[in-house]
Design a protein around this ligand. Structure first.
Ligand code: SAM
Length: 286
């Protein structure tokens, strides 16, 4: 069954009485070049179990299952279950979970389903929860090697920006803390059904936790980053005093001890400086 043939897709969906939910970010891939490319760039190969988020009618699921040993996929929309039973009927290495990915026990799914395998995540993410899903995957420290996802182009730019530049944001720092993100290729909006207003891009995050903060430092690091970016036009000292209750003088002396200007804004700080700052504060300024 060719799941990138528009007529085939229309026929299956109408037979099952399915109509697209905008709220669930349902834009299915119909360009035949895209799914093989995501699978090949996303570690879908022998020795791997792939966790997919949001199957739609299974167009990517199928390409993943052709290459990886196993695929476990989470799909929230129960109307798609009978569709998937039909479109993926030829595969015996796919398991579908009809759940909300934000509530699913992913650690258990990985340990139950991928015994003896490495794990990769691949997905064409629903746009309304791109950042929460990515941060949830990273923050839970799941045993995952890479996360390869299609996201809206603007989100891709933010996720893959260099920390310390105008394009960066709290999510950029979050991703950098846990891994290294790279934009792989762009996908035009005409590659989807229905076609969204904006283009997309596929990115891969290789998980390589490079910074060794303890729990307290890590917690502080993320609080500081969130407050600094939520008031990104303010200086860091102003943001930290208004949102975290620090005296400006404490912030100034921490900045001085690291040779950083007192008037710095969060967006201008490099990753290493942010890490050092979190260590300084948890050492003596809390
Ligand atoms: N992978 C398919 C494709 O590329 O054609 C579908 C991608 S579509 C952009 C996103 C999918 O995620 C939809 O099938 C949608 O129902 C599902 N979805 C939305 N929110 C979800 C959630 N919270 N948990 C699991 N799946 C979700």
């Amino acid at each position: 069954m060719n799941l990138t043939n528009i007529n085939t897709v229309r026929e299956i969906l109408s037979r099952h009485g399915f109509n697209f939910s905008k709220g669930l970010g349902q834009n299915f891939i119909i360009n035949p070049d895209i799914c093989p490319k995501i699978a090949e760039n996303g570690n879908a190969r022998s020795g791997y179990g792939v966790l997919e988020i949001g199957t739609g009618i299974g167009v990517l699921t199928k390409e993943l299952a052709l290459r990886a040993d196993k695929v476990s996929a989470i799909e929230i929309d129960k109307r798609l279950m009978p569709v998937l039973a039909e479109t993926l009927a030829d595969f015996d290495n796919i398991k579908i979970y009809n759940e909300d990915v934000m509530k699913a026990d992913l650690r258990k799914i990985i340990s139950d389903d991928f015994k003896g395998l490495k794990t990769a995540v691949c997905a064409n993410l629903p746009y309304y929860i791109t950042s929460p899903v990515i941060m949830m995957l990273l923050e839970n420290n799941l045993p995952v090697e890479s996360i390869t996802v299609m996201v809206q182009k603007e989100a891709a730019q933010r996720l893959c920006a260099e920390v310390g530049t105008r394009e960066s944001g709290a999510i950029t720092v979050g991703v950098n803390y846990y891994g290294t993100a790279k934009q792989l290729f762009s996908v035009s909006h005409g590659s989807f059904m229905p076609s969204p207003n904006v283009d997309s891009a596929v990115i891969r995050i290789d998980i390589d936790k490079k910074y060794n903060l303890n729990e307290e430092q890590e917690k502080f690091f993320f609080r500081m980053v969130k407050s600094g970016f939520s008031q990104r036009r303010k200086t860091l000292a102003n943001a930290m005093s208004s949102l975290m209750g620090f005296s400006k003088n404490d912030v100034y002396s921490a900045l001085q001890s690291l040779d950083i200007s007192e008037s710095v804004r969060m967006e201008a700080l490099k990753m290493e400086q942010l890490i050092q700052l979190a260590i300084k504060f948890t050492e003596g300024y809390l």
